[in-house]
Design a protein around this ligand. Sequence first.
Ligand code: KIV
Length: 278
Amino acid sequence: MSNTKIAATREKPAGDKVTVPRLREMKTRGEKIVMLTAYDAGFAAQCELGGVDSVLVGDSLGMVVQGRASTLPVTLDEMVYHSAAVARGTHTALLIADLPFMTFRDADTALRSSARLLAEGGAAMVKLEGADYVLDVIRALDRHQIPVCAHLGLTPQSVHKLGGYHVQGKGKSAAERLLADARAVEQAGAALLVLECVPAALARQITAQLQIPTIGIGAGADCDGQVLVIYDMLGITPGKRPRFSRDFLAGQGSVADAIRAYAKAVRSGAFPAAEHSF
Ligand code: KIV
């Protein structure tokens, strides 16, 4: 077995705190980054037991916890509340919290919002959607020592502009724009990039060209890590499961076992398979 294969299949060492610089080291070593969303202390504790590297308090909570039709109504107060709850259940995983709609519309607003997520919510990093004007925001956050995770591809806060929840970056010019945006967010100071619902070949190209790690959701197996919405991968979300997800609770005895199975599948490269990709 080659060294790369050993690195890729290794479990997260118990008690080892995951930091922002550690994510970059994991990319360099070819170790897949395992991320899941969580919205409360109980599920955060299960994520810890399951050995995930990072927990994302996503604004997806607006849909899966609050039952809303989109993430747009989620407020900063709600994100701070859920982030603080997750922080109480998280000990070693890196805690990332989403900046909700309009809370990063300019650099000053983004600094105030992010300060709350870090100081009151216990997050170590904030995630924000988009490029364009967002590049100035990323620069300001980075200058103020706030680690940033960018989010490109299907950006749910732009659902009305996009006309629905569709795969992004299809076709030559859309792919070139997405690649340019990925380079731009890295250049602006982002330390991590989530790619949501983009063709696997494009995600592979972006991942190869960036120094920062990429985390895919519906973006194929060649990203540096994977994230899923925990309600989707436990089969709790009502309705049809998204194509890019899988029910990891099926055949397992507990939530922690389901998360362990997900972590193992990501680290070994078994998830996502072609059927979960575009
Ligand atoms: O809000 C969220 O949970 C997210 C993930 C789907 C990446 O942004």
